[in-house]
Design a binder for this molecule. Structure first.
Ligand SMILES: Cc1cc2nc3c(=O)[nH]c(=O)nc-3n(C[C@H](O)[C@H](O)[C@H](O)COP(=O)(O)OP(=O)(O)OC[C@H]3O[C@@H](n4cnc5c(N)ncnc54)[C@H](O)[C@@H]3O)c2cc1C
Length: 353
């Protein structure tokens, strides 16, 4: 961590605030462009395009997945067989395939306790607020800039002690610099206001994004509906639910962050007529929790090795396995879990051989 970031962290700590970071990537990864050549020449992998997995087939014991049925929009079918099957299809589709595979097991695979699709969580987010920078923000503006990408950017939260004492979830504030227009610059100079400058220019204000964690809730769920998609598969219905605990936690966190930002000299928030509440927040395209990890099948869908309970060889590599949905972007955690699963499968193969 850069010494300036350590200094900022030290200065805000007495106010019950902490900093964390998130990764701001350069561009979205276009898999075919970036890895296409490698995949084409790979000796141990084969890529099938346009093949949607529509069903998992089980052996007569109903504990081993023997094949994945895939269909194309042109009406072709492929059966993919394997000793080990890993679903790496995102949190919605992984749950959907398990639920849709209900010909041999009523209710779908791994769903003996009716948990597949439940505990669905995302990050409700509000991003129309503004921060008027205070002295401390001006002092550390270079640590708070968003460009050039890729970079790790700083975000703020209440410290762990406050969260524990007040029974709050971890909600996070991201602040993104909005640079001065010429007229704003003149206005600032005319009033003798200090400049807030980073490596990209003079910052007028910061756009505030409030990203929240929600309490894992059994009734928040995705399930198969009756409408069909182009392949004749049942579409998902999403019932994203919140609890009073979520509402209380978000409101109290926002109140404390507002007070503490002002006291620490980080600045003043302006939310206008639309202060963050669940009514004006959107999702963050971070679906999680639909095949949550647990140590017992009564509490979750996959075990601590990401293996679907009740099966011998079916695994999930996705944010679907997150037991909680922390406010940070999920992709690095998904990658870490996928890597861990890879090592587990490798180890298992060596032992079995
Ligand atoms: C607009 C946007 C911005 C985002 N920004 C960030 C960010 O800044 N930071 C961050 O950490 N996360 C971000 N996310 C979330 C991030 O994209 C996801 O967390 C991540 O892609 C999940 O990876 P995954 O491999 O589990 O699933 P996915 O990336 O969804 O990959 C699943 C793959 O499975 C395929 N698939 C699905 N169903 C089937 C099927 N039945 N048969 C065959 N194939 C199937 C899909 O086509 C897809 O290729 C963003 C998401 C969106 C939409």
């Amino acid at each position: 961590m850069r010494p300036e970031v350590v200094a900022l962290r030290t200065k805000i700590a007495p106010y019950g605030l902490k900093i964390s970071s998130f990764y701001w990537e350069q561009t979205p990864t276009r898999t075919a462009l970036r890895f296409g050549e490698e995949m084409r020449h790979s000796k141990n992998s084969r890529v099938l395009l346009g093949a949607t997995a529509t069903e998992l087939k089980l052996d007569p014991s109903c504990q081993r997945v023997t094949a994945v049925v895939c269909r194309s929009l042109e009406g072709r079918e492929a059966i993919v067989e394997g000793d080990t099957i890993v679903l790496a299809m995102g949190a919605f589709e992984s749950a959907r395939l398990l639920l849709a595979s209900d010909r041999q097991v009523s209710g779908g695979i791994g769903n003996r306790h009716d948990l597949v699709g439940r505990f669905y969580t995302d990050h409700p987010k509000h991003h129309t607020g503004t921060l008027i920078p205070g002295d401390l923000t001006r002092q550390y503006a270079r640590e708070l800039q968003y460009a050039p990408k890729p970079r790790f950017c700083i975000c703020f939260a209440l410290d762990d002690v406050t969260q524990r004492e007040q029974k709050l979830l971890e909600h996070v504030l991201y602040i993104k610099p909005i640079y001065e227009k010429p007229v704003e610059r003149l206005w600032r100079i005319a009033r003798g206001r200090p400049v807030c400058r980073d490596d990209n220019g003079s910052v007028a204000t910061y756009r505030v994004k409030f990203v929240t964690e929600q309490f894992p809730h059994k009734n928040s769920r995705v399930k198969l509906g009756t409408e069909l998609d182009a392949l004749g598969q049942r579409k998902l219905e999403v019932d994203w639910c919140f609890t009073d605990c979520d509402r209380r936690s978000m409101a109290q966190t926002l109140r404390l962050l507002t007070e503490r930002f002002a006291s620490a000299g980080l600045g003043t928030f302006k939310f206008g007529n639309e202060p963050p509440s669940l009514k004006n927040m959107t999702d963050a395209a971070h679906q999680m929790g639909t095949t949550r990890m647990a140590s017992r099948p009564e509490e979750g869908v996959v075990d601590t090795n990401c293996r679907v309970f009740g099966t011998e060889n079916l695994y999930v590599a996705s944010s679907a396995v997150f037991p909680t949905g922390p406010s940070y972007s999920p992709t690095f955690t998904i990658l870490a879990l996928a890597r861990r699963l890879g090592q587990h499968l490798l180890q298992k193969t060596v032992i079995e051989v």
